[in-house]
Design a protein around this ligand. Structure first.
Ligand code: ZN
Length: 115
């Protein structure tokens, strides 16, 4: 059987097909605003086969895959790794202010004129 494929690379979230088959994320917690980078999807395709729609995706680093961002002063949950009392690494959600540690602040990197 012939296998048809039409594989394309996708440069970023603004490229065509970046969000093909990628669902929108529901709003969770108290996050206020759709992410300006991924427009609510939380991730986008880095490569997609336009024949089969199989794709490789990357998680949005601006909203940590939530699709939504916090614009006020509420604490934001950020995935992090700590050493457990038993001595092995484990995933936790660390809560911090939006300005800390690269977490999106009121003005994101796009608002500052980057990109
Ligand atoms: Zn995003």
């Amino acid at each position: 059987m012939a296998h048809f494929s039409n594989l394309i690379d996708i440069a970023g979230p603004d490229a065509p097909h970046a969000f093909d088959t990628v669902p929108l994320q529901p709003r969770t917690d108290d996050l206020d605003k759709l992410c300006q980078v991924c427009h609510g999807h939380g991730q986008w395709n880095t490569q997609i086969d336009l024949a089969s729609f199989r794709s490789s995706r990357t998680v949005c680093q601006f909203c940590h895959g939530e699709g939504w961002v916090e614009t006020g002063q509420d604490l934001v949950g950020v995935p992090d790794i700590v050493i457990s009392p038993q001595g092995y690494p484990m995933w936790v959600v660390r809560h911090c202010r939006p300005e800390e540690d690269g977490v999106p602040a009121k003005k994101g990197p796009l608002a500052a004129g980057a990109a």
